[in-house]
Structure formats: structure tokens, C-alpha cells
Design a protein around this ligand. Structure first.
Ligand SMILES: [Fe+2]
Length: 176
């Protein structure tokens, strides 16, 4: 593999394999072990979230997280494989109680380099408790942009259809 297109082609092949999560995980482990190469082939983007590929089969995002920011709870509606290659990131995992309220059931701390997974029905918040910007490649096993998914207002815990503008609007310091 040499270019971003090569990585996307290999990712699609893995997503189409008999065991997509296993294959994508293996590919991700190999990819994040070559951090300097990965940083070279990724676009020089200013955005925190850069869409690298989107189809019905697979969505690939390059995502960086600024230290100290807590993003609101959200769902994806599909399994996720995340390859962390710089910094650290924490995922707070929730479940929805019968009355609709969210209850935190887990906390997972990822320290690069490592690969993490989220179940299809996972609800989580992400934040960076570290001191440097964290960087990761995210594989979503479907079309994340078209998928109807949910976002929660972190103060009122009101649930609503996911909206990218609201997602950033609801971000707040992780120290409170
Ligand atoms: Fe997420």
C-alpha cells in the first residue's frame, strides 16, 4: 500500500470479506503501526472530522479530538472499528433505560496505538483527557451519513435525530 486510495481499496476488500470486523481490525492494526506513513497519506485538513470514503458498505472518517472537550451522547446504528494512532481518547458508554434515560455503564480509555470496537447499538460520548490532540481512523460498517441515528442533549438528556451542527454545539468542557 502506498496511497490513501490503496488504503481505501484494502478497507473495502476487508469490509466485503466473510468476517468484516476481523478483517478490518487486522488491517487497522497494520495501518496504525505505520503512523508516519499514515500521517503522510491523509489529507491536510483543518476540520476535526474528515470524511475519507462513503458508500452503503463502509464509511471511513479521520477524526481528531482537541483535549478537554466532551462531545454529546450519540448512536451510530452500525458496528465501528477505531484505530487510534496518536494521543488518547475516552469513550463513556451508556445504555437507555426503559423510561428513556441514559445510564453510564462503562468507560473505556484508549491509548494509541490501539484498536477499539463499538457494537451496532452502542451509545457513547467521547472526550480527550490527554494533553495532545488525539488522532484516529474510524471504520463504520455502513453508510453513516444516511443512517437515522440519535443524539442526546447532554444537559436535558432530550433525544433527537443526529445533527452534525448540534453535535458540535452540545460539546462542552470535560472538567465539569
Ligand atoms: Fe461515536
Amino acid at each position: 500500500m502506498q496511497s490513501l486510495n490503496d488504503l481505501i481499496a484494502a478497507s473495502l476488500e476487508a469490509a466485503r470479506s466473510a468476517q468484516p470486523i476481523v478483517s478490518l481490525t487486522r488491517l487497522m492494526e497494520k495501518t496504525i503501526s505505520q503512523k508516519e506513513w499514515l500521517k503522510q497519506i491523509l489529507p491536510e485538513a483543518e476540520e476535526d472530522e474528515t470524511l475519507l470514503y462513503l458508500s452503503d458498505e463502509l464509511t471511513i472518517y479521520s477524526i481528531k479530538l482537541t483535549p478537554g472537550v466532551l462531545y454529546p451522547p450519540h448512536s451510530h446504528g452500525m458496528p465501528v472499528v477505531i484505530g487510534f494512532y496518536e494521543g488518547c481518547e475516552t469513550s463513556l458508554i451508556f445504555e437507555q433505560e426503559s423510561g428513556g434515560n441514559l445510564r453510564q455503564i462503562d468507560r473505556i480509555d484508549f491509548d494509541a496505538p490501539c484498536v477499539g470496537h463499538l457494537e451496532k447499538d452502542a451509545i457513547h460520548c467521547i472526550t480527550n483527557y490527554g494533553e495532545i490532540t488525539s488522532r484516529a481512523i474510524h471504520y463504520y460498517l455502513g453508510d453513516l451519513v444516511s443512517e437515522p441515528r440519535s443524539l442526546w442533549n447532554p444537559d436535558s438528556m432530550e433525544v433527537m435525530p443526529f445533527d452534525n451542527g448540534k453535535y458540535f454545539e452540545y460539546a462542552k468542557p470535560n472538567s465539569i
